[in-house]
Ligand binder design. Structure first.
Ligand code: F6R
Ligand code: MG
Ligand code: MG
Length: 365
């Protein structure tokens, strides 16, 4: 059957500060999801979360960017915001940037990643949810999964993967997109995706099909709001096995906790630490950034799972490296490269400081 997987997420209030989600918000979210399932709008759901972000993972047959489903998500976040206000949660309604819903969630604040595909006889899917970072955080892992033979040996020895994959890359500032064929255009693509604050991988496709095998959320709140309103805390879904990277090949990139932007005030670099759901609460300096992975087998659109993929002890070393890297970077205090470069601070307090001091700068000969 043809099924659509939608992950729609938002931060509508943190417990405490920006570190976690209050159980009552979770409860309200599940009530809405349960009703949507009983009403037959969605086939199945799983409520996921990381840090202060709640994600609704849903399967249905409505297709992507469906008005009815997006409206449901908006109404659910609005309802959760009421709970957040009632319990005095921090930043209640933070990601709901507009007053009323219209059409679909594009430009409204909540993030979403959706894909429609023909469910295979066995369909393993991995969902990734990250906090204190931005959509470009998925660039390096996706590149490794689908293009790097040192990560994915299937690219070398599985005849059904040997041709490589196609990557759709968005230019978030120029508002345009391009498709790269890999491995042929690997060097060209790396020129762009190596700048993850601007260029982000949106989809991965097989060479011979337009059906996506991976999708990410790509909204940048500051571009929508014109000011800093929190980081974008992205989500991603990756299909796996039988001609696609194996589950272990999809997870392997996260054994290296690469440096991402988004720690403390969205203004610092830090390591992306893979954690089990028990440890999805960023507290040290509001971080470090972290990622959880929920694994599912799909069956007639039903989400059989989740399995908490990074709870595995084989990620302990990655966590230790992340903690050591966090110590190292923290010692830079307000200096780059811990703090983001000036251009990327554009929507924080930096412009105000500049404005205040602008008349005191003197020309030099
Ligand atoms: C980072 C994040 C936090 C906040 C910080 C300040 O993405 O969410 O680090 O930026 O706690 O928050 P405010 O400005 O709300 O006091
Ligand atoms: Mg928050
Ligand atoms: Mg968050």
């Amino acid at each position: 059957m043809e099924v659509t997987l939608s992950i729609i997420k938002a931060d509508v209030g943190g417990f405490v500060g920006h570190s976690d989600v209050h159980p009552e918000l979770r409860k309200r979210c599940v009530e809405h999801l349960d009703k949507a399932k009983k009403d037959g709008m969605i086939i199945d759901y799983c409520q996921g979360e990381v840090g202060d972000d709640i994600a609704m993972i849903m399967t249905h047959t409505l297709g992507i960017e469906n008005e009815k489903l997006h409206k449901f998500a908006w109404d659910t976040f609005t309802s959760m915001t009421e709970v957040a206000k009632e319990y005095g949660q921090y930043g209640a309604g933070q990601d709901l940037l507009v007053d009323a819903f219209s059409g679909n969630l594009k430009g409204m604040g909540p993030g979403f990643a959706e894909m429609t595909f023909e469910e295979r006889p066995a369909e393993p899917i991995l969902i990734f949810l990250a906090d204190k970072t931005e959509p470009g955080a998925w660039n390096m892992p996706l590149y490794k999964m689908f293009a790097d033979p040192f990560n994915t040996i299937g690219l070398v020895i599985d005849p059904s993967m040997h041709e490589g994959f196609r990557f759709e890359v968005l230019d978030l500032i120029g508002e345009r997109k391009i498709i790269f064929n890999l491995p042929e255009e690997m060097y060209d693509m790396l020129v762009f995706i190596g700048s993850p604050s601007r260029y982000v991988i949106k989809h991965v496709f097989r060479k011979n099909s337009d059906e996506p095998v991976a999708v990410t959320s790509t909204q940048r709140l500051f571009l929508m709001a014109g000011r800093y309103v929190g980081k974008d805390d992205p989500v991603m879904a990756v299909r796996s096995q039988s001609g696609l990277p194996a589950v272990g090949e999809v997870l392997e990139p996260f054994a290296f906790p690469h440096t991402v932007a988004g720690w403390m005030r969205g203004s610092h670099h830090g390591p992306l630490m893979p954690v089990g759901v028990e440890d999805d609460t960023p507290t040290r300096f509001d971080g470090p950034p972290r990622v959880v992975s929920l694994g599912f087998q799909l069956k007639d659109g039903k989400l059989i799972g989740p399995r908490d993929m990074f709870a595995d002890i084989s990620y302990n070393n990655a966590r230790q490296i992340a903690l050591d890297a966090a110590d190292y970077l923290r010692r830079h205090g307000p200096f780059e490269p811990h703090r983001l470069p000036q251009e990327e601070m554009e929507y924080t307090t930096m412009p105000n400081v500049m404005k205040k001091l602008k008349d005191r700068f003197e020309a030099v000969d």
